[in-house]
Design a protein. Structure first.
Length: 489
């Protein structure tokens, strides 16, 4: 992959001066159009050998474009806050909104490659990491992020020469992220880079090799790829979505939700006894030293008026208020709509030793957005795989993911709606939207059934809670969380 790129590529000063005005004009033109339309964002992943002039190429691109809409995010070793969350958290946190450009230096490729070259991970672990990177980038592509990845190359002798020169000027030059300096002579470094390029250069997120011996050629080659890609993306409009597995349709079929026994009940005195026991158990589990190395994410979904709020309050009553946050999820804000769908949930992921409780969750895409037509069929169809990948990232990072579907019958929902209308202090809970959603009971039931079938995994299983009796449901939720935490501890 790199042999031809290391052949000397030069651009004369005269040719550079001739090319520069037209290149700058088009870059600004396409950037302005992108900023005005706000239909996609751009992610430039910059990697390669130290000494190749990556920072200078980025600086030149910012000079040629409107720097107000370009942000450069450079990642070194994770901060303390970042180490307490899943590895991809910091990259999700910094994703650009539509109409903006983000340059990423020291990306999600850096650590897997370093670990592999230094022999700190097996081939299987390395392949798994590349697979997850492909999943991540495919997800961004499907959420209208234009991803361009650049590998800056230099002949080995020239790299050593430049690094020696930089070392002498260390106080007068900008900091360089030493991605590969320590491994420059390591056996297998080149092979690892080529493996990464082969496994992760896809139609959705291609790699471009930038010969960097000549600064003018390097800067023009880098900027021209950006120009051409933006032009093509603006001309084509939104890309076709990929990875949309079929959902069986047609006749209403029974699902796991139909098997829930809604007749189970708990007497008041038994409930009080059970409540004291399981709340004390939850308090003790979250106070254990071992919980400092874990986190808990609890997602609550269910029929309207099924008692999610009451179940959540019984959970939080047992917790130290310093370690949990409850996130009520409503329609996305303008800021959230301008970024990939899962961004607003990634940014709320708790650090180790903490708990995030979601009253409604990322499953809105395959529930309300599917039923109400707020997203395309391709969007919600592929969301099952994206959600499974998201939850796998969380569990691999030591986060216990507990998911609850609180179920009631259609008749019970009607009774609760009427009770809310007749009780002054509960009237805020009932809206016209609740009544409209009720008219689509069967559509929501089918969507929820597909959701459970496709996203209940061994790492993050669904707990289907019979909520016809609120007392039973509250204890079931508490008991499930305690059992999940015990297993993790």
């Amino acid at each position: 992959m790199f042999q031809s790129a290391e052949i000397e590529q030069k651009l004369s000063k005269e040719d550079f001066r001739a090319i520069e005005p037209g290149l700058r004009t088009e870059l600004l033109k396409f950037q302005q159009e992108m900023t005005e339309k706000k239909t996609f964002s751009v992610l430039l992943v910059v990697a390669g050998v130290d000494g190749a002039g990556k920072n200078k190429a980025i600086a030149r691109l910012q000079e040629w474009m409107d720097p107000r809409h370009i942000v450069c995010n450079a990642y070194d070793d994770p901060t303390e806050d970042e180490r307490l969350r899943p590895p991809f958290w910091r990259y999700w946190r910094d994703l650009p909104e539509k109409g903006e450009i983000s340059v990423v230096v020291g990306s999600w490729y850096q650590e897997p490659m370093r670990m592999r070259v230094l022999g700190a991970c097996s081939k299987a672990e390395f392949e798994d990491r590349l697979f997850r990177i492909n999943q991540f980038e495919e997800m961004l592509f499907n959420e209208n992020v234009l991803i361009l990845k650049f590998w800056f190359v230099l002949p080995g002798d020239e790299q050593r020469k430049r690094l020696k020169q930089l070392a002498k000027k260390s106080r007068r030059v900008r900091h360089i992220l030493e991605e590969w300096t320590q491994m420059m002579d390591a056996e297998g470094a080149r092979e690892t880079v080529e493996q990464v390029a082969q496994r992760t250069s896809t139609a959705e997120a291609p790699w471009y090799v930038i010969p960097s011996l000549d600064p003018e050629y390097r800067d023009v080659a880098f900027a021209d790829v950006v120009r051409a890609a933006m032009k093509l993306r603006l001309e084509r409009g939104e890309p076709d979505s990929i990875s949309a597995p079929a959902v069986i349709g047609g006749v209403r079929r029974k699902t796991a939700l139909d098997a829930i026994d809604l007749t189970v009940r708990l007497e008041k005195d038994e409930y009080e006894e059970e409540l004291d026991h399981w709340q004390a158990e939850l308090a003790a589990l979250t106070d254990k030293k071992g919980f400092r190395d874990l986190s808990l994410v609890a997602a609550f979904e269910g029929n309207d008026a099924a008692g999610k709020g009451g179940a959540i309050r019984r959970v939080t009553a047992a917790l130290d208020p310093r370690i949990f946050r409850v996130h009520p999820i409503a329609a996305p804000s303008d800021e959230e709509k301008a970024r990939p769908y899962l961004w607003r949930f990634w940014r709320r992921i708790p650090r180790r030793g903490h708990i995030a409780i979601f009253d409604r969750s990322w499953y809105g895409r395959v529930l309300v957005e599917r039923v109400e037509g707020f997203c395309s069929e391709a969007d919600w169809m592929r969301a099952y795989n994206e959600i499974n990948a998201f939850e796998q990232e969380l569990t691999d990072a030591g986060i216990v993911v507990a998911k609850f579907w609180l179920a009631i019958s259609e008749d019970e929902q009607l009774a609760r709606f009427k009770a809310r209308e007749e009780t002054a202090y509960k009237q805020y809970k009932i809206t016209d939207e609740d009544w409209r959603n009720r008219l689509k009971w069967d559509a929501y039931a089918e969507a929820a059934g597909d959701m459970v079938d496709r996203t209940s995994t061994s790492a993050a299983p669904w707990r289907l809670v019979a909520s016809q009796d609120k007392l039973f449901a509250r204890i079931d939720v508490l008991k499930t969380i305690c059992k999940r935490l015990k297993a993790a501890l």
